[in-house]
Design a protein around this ligand. Structure first.
Ligand code: AMP
Ligand code: MG
Length: 342
């Protein structure tokens, strides 16, 4: 027997023993849940590294999320955003990389959606107080006054100095419709770049970010909540390494005289958006984009939103109408499974 043949046999025998004894690397799984930006965030990571390393990866991802919470929370008085709201009219304010990036994206998606997504609605949002104990229908006159004050075009960014300035002091910023997506992307980046995680799922109050596939190599199967019965899924969708972000009327709301008042406001009327959609889901690679677009499409309504999403590369959407009809963009139909849902 030649040396070459002997080596080949040795290799075959080794591989066979390996397969029979299950000598593949054992996969561990670790999870953590915490509250960030008023949302329950849970993360599960899988990997062949030991559990202590997986835990450290999760800790680093959550640390990043808490750091960003200190930047983006409009309601916390000492957040970076609160300081901008306080002083960007008086003089340009130099801001962090993270805040600059999110503000730049916010203005981009505000323009793209013709103001449906508008980061300058904070005063109107506070007036309604939806999601707080003080939530109530505002006085119509007062509301009308607020409607004329916001306009994303009054936010001026200066890239070379990395500053933000307001052209008047009649509005303030709220990034609640986009910041969670940015946080999700950053958590994913920490897991991938700093810890080489190749399989994970992050759930930020129903907004899902995945890394790679499940440990058995198959895609993640994600349920989309039925807005009329949010504990059950109206559809499920297969994704790998992508993100799914939903805006829905069931997330934060109060009811009065049988009318549901939810947290996604239509800046043109000052009232909760009521343009025919009760749930909008965006599927793409970056959660920050999905988050901005989920809110924008909710406000814009079916026709404009279908056209907008079809015009964007590598972005898909699922829309649920007031009547419970499910419509989706052309690129996603094969990955969506409509479920029986009451
Ligand atoms: P989302 O759940 O991503 O659709 O974001 C909703 C949150 O974004 C609300 O709780 C508000 O803080 C803020 N918001 C409400 N309406 C708008 C809007 N039209 N454009 C931008 N942000 C909004
Ligand atoms: Mg959003």
């Amino acid at each position: 027997m030649s040396k070459h043949v002997a080596l080949t046999w040795l290799l075959i025998i080794t591989l066979t023993i390996c397969l029979l004894s299950g000598c593949q690397r054992k996969v561990h799984t670790t999870s953590r849940t915490d509250e960030v930006l008023g949302t329950i965030v849970s993360a599960t990571v899988n990997g062949s590294m030991d559990e202590a390393t997986l835990s450290s990866a999760l800790d680093a991802a959550f640390l990043k999320a808490f750091e960003l919470e200190n930047i983006f929370s409009a309601h916390t008085l000492d957040s970076e955003l609160a300081k901008v709201n306080e002083s960007a009219y008086a003089a340009p304010v130099r801001i962090s990389d993270a805040l600059y990036t999110v503000l730049e994206l916010s203005l981009y998606y505000a323009e793209l959606s013709d103001g449906a997504f508008d980061p300058t609605l904070f005063d109107l949002i506070k007036l309604w107080g939806i999601g707080t104990e003080d939530a109530a229908i505002p006085d119509a006159k007062r509301l009308k006054n607020y409607v004329n004050r916001h306009n994303y075009k009054n936010v001026i960014l200066d890239k070379s100095n990395q500053t933000v300035a307001f052209t008047n002091n009649e509005f303030s910023l709220d990034l609640g419709a986009i910041a969670k997506g940015y946080v999700a992307d950053e958590m994913k980046r920490v897991l991938e770049e700093e810890y080489n995680i190749e399989s994970a799922m992050l759930n930020l109050g129903g907004d899902i970010v995945t890394i790679g596939n499940k440990t058995d190599g198959s895609s993640w199967n994600i349920g989309i909540a039925n807005p009329n019965n949010p504990t059950s899924s109206i559809a499920s969708i297969e994704i790998s390494n992508q993100t799914i972000v939903t805006s829905g009327n069931y997330e934060r709301f109060f009811e009065e005289d049988g009318v549901l008042y939810h947290h996604i406001l239509d800046g043109s009327t000052g009232y909760p958006a009521n343009n025919g959609l009760i749930g909008t889901t965006i599927i793409t690679d970056a959660a920050v984009i999905a988050d901005a677009l989920s809110t924008a499409t909710y406000v814009s309504g079916l026709e404009a939103s279908m056209a907008l999403i079809e015009s964007l590369d590598n972005v898909e959407a699922i829309f649920i109408t007031n009547e419970g009809e499910i419509l989706m963009t052309s690129g996603i139909t094969e990955k969506v499974n409509i479920l029986d849902s009451e």
